[in-house]
Write a protein that binds this ligand. Sequence first.
Ligand code: ATP
Length: 779
Amino acid sequence: VNLSSYAQEILSTPKRNIAVMTSGGDAPGMNANVRAVVRAALFRGCKAFAVYEGYEGLVRGGPEYIREMDWQSVRGWLSEGGTNIGTARCLEFRERKGRLKGAKHLIEAGIDALIVCGGDGSLTGADLFRSEWPSLIKELLETGQITKEKFVKHQHLNICGTVGSIDNDMSSTDSTIGAYSSLARICQAIDYIDATANSHSRAFVVEVMGRHCGWLALMAGIATSADYILIPEKPASSKEWEDQMCEIVSKHRSRGKRKTIVIVAEGAIAADLTPITSKDVLKVLVDRLGLDTRITTLGHVQRGGTAVAFDRILATLQGVEAVKAVLESTPDTPSPMIGIIENKICRRPLVEAVKLTKQVAEAISQKDFKKAIGLRDSEFVEHLHNFMAINSADHNEPELPESKRLNIAVINVGAPAGGMNSAVYAMATYCMSRGHTPYAIHNGFSGLARHESVRSVDWLGIEGLGSKGGSELGTNRTTPQETDIGLIAYYFEKYQFDGLVIVGGFEAFESLNQLEKARKDYPAFRIPIVLIPATISNNVPGTEYSLGSDTCLNSLMDYCDIVKQSASSTRGRTFVVEVQGGNSGYIATQAQLACGAQASYVPEEGISLEQLDADITSLKTSFASAEGRSKNGKLILKSENASKVLSGQTIADIITEEAYGRFDAKTAVPGHVQQGSVPSPIDRTRATRLAVKAVQFIEEKDPLIHKFRDSLEFDSLNKEIAETASILGVKRSHLRFSSIRQVYDFETSLAKRMPKVIHWEETREVADALVGRTKLPKT
Ligand code: ATP
């Protein structure tokens, strides 16, 4: 038998009885985590259990609270909000007496590994439980509550934490399960509030969750272009924050802005640690600025609803990793916590993560705010800096001296993608704060060549742009060479552009290549040029992430949830969903993970008849009985370029034909719906980070290339000069500039319009394993 290395690894690992529980505040994505733990455990031949009602269930014990789970028990859980196995705050577990009961009940149920999904409190409890375990079982033995045999068998309790909390307040992980879903809810609410605030020219104070952590408030502030935020990590004296807020709000109003949004984290404090409440903020806005002000406390809405794609995928990958971790652990390995660092699922010692998290709260209570912010990840600090730079700028007195101010243009190229507008907004406002003149080129390179389409950007004119979908500048696929490159150079010269930011997909990548190559003939292109990748296909070489792919994934996921609901109501139906993405199977693969689709066919693999046969056999098994058809609907995702012969309709017809009337298949084509309406918070905030970095790059590279601008001996082969035309990519969670020459000439498969190395391939195995798909090796 030709077993994959994955299958071999599974066969060789020991079998355990693994329980999963959710604890603390509920967070969207917890269900996805439980589903992944249960199915990964079963997949590896272990037994899976769920402890209901958090630690309360452990303390109470018995089959009502500790239930064995099978493959079907978690069917459909990916798309459900909250936690289906319940959660509670349990006082008894904080006492040794409660934990003793918990130990007894776990042993009674035969469980030898426990995976806890919760916040820092829950994981502190888990860590304590494990450290006390030897003394707890000793006491159970001595008091005759367990047998000697059980005592020996349960010498070690294997514990693993996965972080589920909407606050994103846990150290050692860049993101907690639920945080981005909560952020999405907040941004949606603020987008709604924006409309009414604008209509009445009102101010709104929006209170969001975050007792010790301002992540939600900060990210929402950036994503919705709020005027001011108050967070626990950066307190100021009452006078300072009041003055600063009033100055910024007045500045914005004097430029013509009709609305004011101030976001207050639940745990916002002043420098003397006194809480800053929404009412305090309202009073200042009313008393000092005379603004008609309202308070909106978002409350539990922030926890509600289905998880966004990022959280479903994060929770799934973490659940799979947690099962792997407990199976690999020995009595000597410290309990792990599964996190995500730099876009990679990782294990960190649970004790240290808990300790570091507590240090933030301690530092704040000791008024050591520098330390508190230092303990947050570097991205947090960068976001905070960008938010302040864009918002508090005094345009009459910009940061840079006259001699360093530049003319910087921005253009959108390719198909529309979520986040394009956010990038333009952040680029332009950051330019203004520095003293540069931002220019917007409308309707791509063809617009520039056909007629003059260059406009200087007015602050009020782009107000609200950051949260709009599509491309307000207008975008198309035409590259400079396909129009008239000489004319393009003429306009660059005419407006004296000192730098260019291109926002777009593969055609934008191609355009950057053409402009760089044309530098030897056209001095106008001897300026720093940066590409911010933006395409739903996520196929731009030089980056792991393109703006718009998260927005697309969420639109596709919402669409698939609806279609799946219809399929399951019809009893025994499969939908074959046609997914966009050119030659890239990224979106289809991620959507398979996020929606629990039965299969995804992608261009990288093609569709073999054997695999199609195996997938249809699996559908037949699933729909074999009336019970199997009950509330069971399936999805198959097919990338548009997965096969030249097998269309979605053909696949659906083959399935229906093979089903002999027991079930059927239909196609569903989301088409351009996949471009999404408003951009997701991930795309909005990443766009801001990328745009600010792009402007900084232009500032940094300008002196270098400026010297050669009018030189007859311009040397395009000079490495430093070549690097002034770069792609700004996301590699892991870091932003990296890569020269177009390097990436275009060595890292790109031009025929396929794809990077040569695919970074997301390994997630395909997980997606297949969790739906029990038999994957045949490529022949
Ligand atoms: P959130 O981030 O949503 O608040 P959390 O996990 O931090 O989640 P907590 O209420 O702090 O939520 O903790 C949840 C449960 O974990 C508590 O009700 C308690 O049962 C247990 N727990 C918390 N701290 C401890 C501790 N120090 N010792 C033992 N158990 C604890």
